[in-house]
Design a protein around this ligand. Structure first.
Ligand SMILES: Nc1nc2c(ncn2[C@@H]2O[C@H](COP(=O)(O)O[C@H]3[C@@H](O)[C@H](n4cnc5c(=O)[nH]c(N)nc54)O[C@@H]3COP(=O)(O)O)[C@@H](O)[C@H]2O)c(=O)[nH]1
Length: 699
């Protein structure tokens, strides 16, 4: 299509000057640029109303080539079209960047068309131009948004009610769900179950309050796999300010996390043994120093160095050396609790850090020594380094920590120094840094081996402490263990029972006590002056927890011929509460055979009414500490009275131990206690003296 030159005239139409005036009016009121160019592309006419469009005036334009105003990159476009129009005058549309008066470029959409002259050939060119910069920008933004939406990130758009409206390809690739499977549903379908309600509550609070939330989150893929993602949620608000959409963008960070873990592992773990390295040990040690300051519990650092490790490297080669170090790591790890730390400092140097030991330093040293000995024994066993078998002992230096004046480096140095002393002291041993600790640990080691020997050689005797009733009549006795030491004389249980308990020797020792006590009961039953006596025997937690404890007790009673009705087992609160169900079952089984139970040291532990009711007890024993103070401390007096009242309410008898004075006895008597034991009546006596005491009482 072409436009005829208005000046050329046309039959049956308006007169030419009228038409031209109309055209001019049209041009003068149109904000688009309307221009006439000659066939070279020079401006002949430019509509006045369009001047503000590009800022140029008629004077700036007329006679100038239109192409001069085109962006250099678009400069070829117009001449190419003019060349075509000269051949065929049809309409061409082109977009190009056109310079404005201020030298800025704007995007322009132009229609270019030939105007036929009287000879029917193209004599001029009519050009219209419109600024489309804003439209172009909007289109560009849309294009970028579309590209961004289809990026690798997962995208999810929901309505204000949370229903999914759109997801992208990235979403499908990461989650495994197609768009059809999720549209209309709630994103909660992707939840992994790893976060609680509070987590999601905080997330949505942030979106509501700040408009967005960013963070790490675990979700579940369609195949059930749980994976970590980095999620960013933004609320989109409409013109009214109401939330119209939520846009979520997320990346699968599984690989990133794995890489981070790997980097962390490399930084904090020894690659050969996979144990924590020095750096991590130091971190944990500083943390532990803070914790132990708060909890008041001691910790210990065991510095372990393999004896003669160099020889294995020199003789069997480094690969066997590596193998031995790996096995050492495994053995060390097996010797400690999961909460303790085993680290490799390098070479053949390892460190074990024990935490949460006793508050008492000597006890903590004893606990550490037990672990240290376990480690020595484990490391002393032959290593299988196929085809070789190799033996390699270790030396251990120990530093205790709990003293807040020590710092991490001091402790490591102390343990190292102690280890050095262990080496020079003959290897395959443990040394404590603190000489006092060393002395107490050495004494304990000696006590332990003496005790073992004493059990083997039966160096024990029982003493019997009389128990009397309100009328002063002898009702029975408590059997109390004594160690007849070959050089130290009579040793009292407070000096060895705890060691026997910690080492497990209490089981054998307790068995001996029970057998001896039952034999004694059976012997007394045969004599009229002692036949009425009952005997109380102390039982330790370690004994009671043995799975065959009940059978052993019943068997011992049966074999001795003792009357079970005269045997009373003294148990303590703490041991009973360990596993209350098991305790009740065991006690009931023994009670069924006639045995009775006295709750020793009552009032010093938990003293919970709930368990008291459920245990098949027959007696409560008021602890000596309350009895001692009944007339000096109103609290002790109140406790003693309460225990008597409690026992009466539960249908139990009550016995007071440690009664030393008549004042104490009278107070207890006035408050309903009818049975007593204590120095006021007699100290614990060797068998012959006890029997003489019995006869005297009978007289
Ligand atoms: N598991 C086992 N524990 C036992 C055994 N034999 C004793 N023990 C426990 O050892 C602790 C100390 O016992 P011991 O040194 O024999 O002291 C007992 C009495 O001598 C002492 N006592 C008694 N009357 C008085 C007194 O008037 N004053 C005073 N200062 N001390 C007195 O009390 C101890 C008896 O305590 P208890 O057993 O709580 O009745 C001690 O805890 C024993 O239990 C054993 O064979 N196995």
């Amino acid at each position: 299509m072409a436009i005829d030159n208005p000046g050329a005239g046309a039959p049956n139409e308006s007169k030419p000057d009228e038409t031209e005036a109309r055209c001019r009016r049209l041009a003068e009121h149109c904000s688009d640029m309307i221009a006439l160019l000659d066939l070279e592309g020079r401006y002949l006419y430019v509509s006045a109303a369009s001047m503000p469009l590009f800022g140029q005036t008629e004077a700036d334009l007329l006679g100038r080539h239109a192409v001069e105003f085109a962006h250099p990159d678009d400069a070829d476009k117009l001449p190419a079209i003019i060349a075509q129009i000269r051949r065929t005058p049809r309409v061409h549309t082109l977009t190009f960047r056109r310079r404005r008066k201020d030298d800025q470029f704007c995007w322009v959409e132009s229609k270019v068309q030939g105007v036929l002259g009287p000879d029917g050939t193209v004599s001029e060119i009519i050009l219209t131009a419109r600024d489309i910069s804003e439209r172009r920008q909007a289109e560009e933004e849309l294009r970028i948004a579309a590209l961004a939406f289809e990026a690798q990130h997962g995208m999810i758009i929901t309505g204000p009610d949370g229903a999914i409206l759109r997801v992208n390809r990235g979403f499908t690739e990461i989650t495994g769900y197609s768009a059809e499977e999720v549209i209309g549903r709630n994103p909660s379908m992707l939840k992994s179950g790893r976060h609680d309600q509070m987590f999601y509550q905080a997330l949505w609070n942030s979106v509501e309050e700040t408009g967005s939330w960013k963070g790490e989150l675990w979700n579940r893929r369609k195949n059930g796999e749980i994976y970590p993602q980095w999620l960013s949620i933004s609320a989109v608000r409409g013109v009214s300010g109401q939330i119209s959409h939520y846009v979520g963008s997320f990346a699968d960070i599984t690989q990133h996390k794995a890489d981070t873990d790997k980097i962390e592992h490399l930084a904090f773990y020894d690659p050969l043994t996979r144990l924590p390295n020095r750096r991590l040990l130091e971190e944990r040690l500083s943390q532990s120093l803070i914790t132990s300051l708060r909890s008041k519990r001691e910790g210990a650092l065991l510095f372990i160095d393999l004896d003669n490790f160099k020889i294995i490297n020199d003789t069997l080669g480094h690969d066997k050396g590596d193998l031995l170090l790996q096995q050492t790591a495994q053995r060390l790890t097996a010797c400690v609790r999961e909460s303790d730390t085993v680290a490799r400092l390098g070479g053949d140097e390892f460190v074990v850090m024990l935490e949460e030991l006793s508050e008492n330093r000597a006890e903590a040293a004893a606990q550490t020594r037990i672990v240290g000995e376990k480690i020595l024994a484990a490391l002393d066993a032959p290593y299988r380094l196929s085809p070789y078998e190799y033996e390699c002992s270790a030396s251990i230096g120990v530093a205790l920590f709990g003293d807040h004046r020590q710092n991490m480096h001091d402790i490591l140095k102390q343990a190292d120094l102690a280890m050095y002393r262990a080496k020079t002291g003959g290897r395959n041993g443990i040394r404590f840094f603190d000489p006092e600790m060393q002395a107490s640990v050495s004494a304990r080691t000696a006590l332990e081996s003496e005790l073992r020997r004493a059990i083997r050689e039966k160096q024990f005797v029982l003493h019997y402490q009389p128990q009397v009733d309100a009328g002063g009549r002898l009702t029975g006795a408590e059997a109390l263990l004594r160690w007849q030491h070959p050089t130290r004389g009579l040793v009292f249980p407070d000096n060895f029972i705890s060691v026997a308990e910690e080492t497990g020797m209490i089981v054998g020792l307790g068995r001996w006590v029970l057998e001896t006590a039952c034999e004694q009961l059976a012997a007394w039953a045969k004599r009229p002056e002692t036949a009425h006596l009952s005997l109380a025997v102390n039982v330790s937690a370690g004994q009671f927890r043995q799975t065959d404890f009940v059978n052993r007790v019943l068997e011992t009673v049966r074999q001795s011929g003792a009357d079970p009705l005269r045997l009373k087992l003294e148990l303590t609160e703490s041991m009973l509460l360990d596993d209350i169900e098991d305790t009740i079952t065991k006690m009931q089984a023994m009670k069924h055979h006639g045995l009775s139970f006295s709750l020793d040291d009552f009032g010093t532990g938990y003293s919970s009414l709930a368990y008291l009711k459920s245990l098949p007890l027959s007696q409560l024993k008021i602890d000596r500490s309350f009895v001692t103070d009944v007339h000096t401390d109103p609290n002790a007096a109140a406790i003693a009275k309460t225990i008597v009242f409690l026992a009466q309410s539960l249908g139990l008898t009550v016995i007071a131990e440690g009664v030393e004075t008549e004042v104490q006895r009278r107070f207890l008597d006035e408050n309903g206690c009818r049975d007593y034991q204590g120095y006021l009546f007699s100290r614990p006596l060797p068998l012959d003296e006890f029997e003489r005491f019995t006869v005297k009482r009978e007289e």
